[in-house]
Design a protein around this ligand. Structure first.
Ligand code: ZN
Length: 92
């Protein structure tokens, strides 16, 4: 995924612009791993192998995403009204 594409992405839930945290980037600027987060609804969306995982809640697999975020050094908090893990307060 390129930075140009990244700028065009928005939250699939509320269409808000996403904040990007790039974890792993190739020399040509291709983003391989990263974390996109929505300041509006506080959802996060991982970028894995260059692919942004922008999918609705019902298709997401928390058990697959959590170990990855831990590897990247993120602390996750559970949202009370959401089945999805949300970014911890310190990451907002
Ligand atoms: Zn959102």
């Amino acid at each position: 995924m390129t930075k140009e594409l990244l700028e065009k992405l928005c939250c699939p839930i509320d269409k808000h612009d996403l904040d990007a945290n790039i974890i792993n980037e190739r020399e040509d600027g291709e983003i391989l791993e990263g974390l996109l987060s929505c300041p509006e609804c506080n959802r996060y969306f991982p970028v894995i192998y260059g692919i942004p995982i922008l999918i609705p809640d019902e298709y997401r697999d928390e058990s697959m995403e959590k170990p990855l975020l831990k590897k990247w050094g993120y602390e996750l908090a559970e949202g009370e009204d959401s089945a999805l893990p949300l970014l911890a307060e310190s990451e907002r």
